[in-house]
Design a protein around this ligand. Structure first.
Ligand SMILES: [Zn+2]
Length: 301
C-alpha cells in the first residue's frame, strides 16, 4: 500500500502549498482521492501515470478539494484516453462538470461515469475481489464523505510439507487452498488450519478530510492501518473549528487513539502556520505514531 501526497494544504493554493489531492496504490489500483486545483501538474511532477487512474473519489464540493477535476477530465480527453473513468462524489458533481463541458462544446471520447452520493450512513461504493471502498460520513459545512479503503484477505497458502506429512492425497490440494477441511488416506478429517499458512494481514486506509471532531467515525475505522485526518488548526485556534467545521491536531490524535489505528497522518493545514512540526508535537501528546503530510511525500505501509 503506497500513498503519495500531491497536496495537503487548505484553501488558497500558493507556489509551495497545494490544495488537497492524493494517490493511493492498493492491490493494483491507483485511486485519486480529492482533486484540488493543480492536481494534474502535481501528478506530472511526481510521475504518476495518468492512464492508471480509473477511479476518483471527491470528498466534498469545496473548491480546494475538486477544482482540479474539470481540468484533469479535459486533459484525459486531449491525451486520447479511451479507458473508463469513474467519479464518486456528492450529488451535484455531475451537473457541475457536465455544465463546464457543455459550455465549451466538449465531449469526452472515453466513458465517464458519475456515482453521486447522498447517503448519511456508511455505504460501499466500490468493490472487487481484492478490496472495498466505503464512505465515512463526516461533519463539515457541506455534505462530506471520507473514504475507507480496505483490502480483502488473500487465500490461505498451502503448507505442502504439512500436507505430505499428514499423508493427504495430491488431488485434495486445490480444495485445501479454497479453505476446505479434507480427509487423509485413513479417512480422518484434517482441519484446514493444520495444512495451510495464514494469509498476510490485510491493510486499510481511512481518509478523513474535511471534518469537525467527529467521534461517530471511530467504530467504523477501528484498527485501520493508516488514518489520514485533517488538522486545519492547532488548539490555540480551537475557536475557529466551530464556525469552519474543522479539527485541531489534538482532536485528530484523539480519534486515532480511540480508533486504535496504526499510524496517523496529519494534513489540510491552515496557511497561518509556518512550522508544521507544531502539529506533530500537539498530536503526539495524545497519540505516539504521527506523521505529517507534505506535498510530494510518499508513504509505504
Ligand atoms: Zn471543506
Amino acid at each position: 500500500m503506497n500513498l503519495t501526497i500531491l497536496g495537503c494544504h487548505s484553501a488558497t493554493p500558493t507556489a509551495s502549498a497545494h490544495p488537497t489531492a492524493q494517490v493511493l496504490e492498493m492491490k493494483g489500483h491507483l485511486f485519486l482521492i480529492d482533486c484540488g486545483e493543480g492536481t494534474q501538474v502535481q501528478l506530472r511532477k511526481y510521475k504518476v501515470k495518468f492512464s492508471r487512474i480509473k477511479h476518483i473519489f471527491i470528498s466534498h464540493l469545496h473548491g480546494d478539494h475538486f477544482f482540479g477535476l474539470p481540468g484533469l477530465i479535459s486533459t484525459f480527453l486531449l491525451l486520447g484516453r479511451e479507458a473508463e473513468l469513474h467519479v464518486y462524489g456528492p450529488k451535484g458533481i455531475k451537473e457541475a462538470i457536465l455544465l463546464l463541458l457543455k459550455l465549451g462544446k466538449t465531449y469526452t471520447n472515453y466513458p465517464l461515469y458519475f456515482h453521486e452520493l447522498e447517503e448519511t450512513s456508511p455505504q460501499i461504493i466500490f468493490e472487487d475481489d481484492k478490496l472495498s471502498v466505503e464512505t465515512i460520513p463526516l461533519a463539515h459545512r457541506v455534505y462530506t464523505n471520507g473514504f475507507f479503503f480496505k483490502e480483502k484477505p488473500d487465500e490461505r497458502k498451502l503448507n505442502v510439507e504439512a500436507a505430505r506429512k499428514l499423508n493427504i492425497d495430491l488431488s485434495y490440494y486445490n480444495k485445501i487452498k479454497q479453505g476446505f477441511d479434507v480427509e487423509d488416506k485413513t479417512g480422518k478429517l484434517i482441519p484446514n488450519n493444520d495444512i495451510t499458512f495464514d494469509p498476510p494481514p490485510t491493510k486499510s486506509y481511512a481518509y478523513c478530510s474535511d471534518t469537525a471532531y467527529n467521534p461517530e467515525m471511530i467504530p467504523q475505522i477501528e484498527g485501520a492501518t493508516v488514518l489520514y485526518h485533517e488538522s486545519t488548526f492547532l488548539e490555540e485556534h480551537h475557536h475557529l473549528c466551530e464556525k469552519t467545521k474543522h479539527s485541531t491536531a489534538k482532536e485528530a490524535a484523539v480519534i486515532a487513539k480511540k480508533a486504535k489505528v496504526g499510524t496517523l497522518i496529519l494534513g489540510h493545514y491552515s496557511g497561518r502556520y509556518g512550522n508544521l512540526e507544531l502539529f506533530r508535537k500537539e498530536a503526539q501528546e495524545v497519540f505516539e505514531n504521527v506523521d505529517l503530510a507534505e506535498d510530494g511525500k510518499r508513504f509505504s505501509f
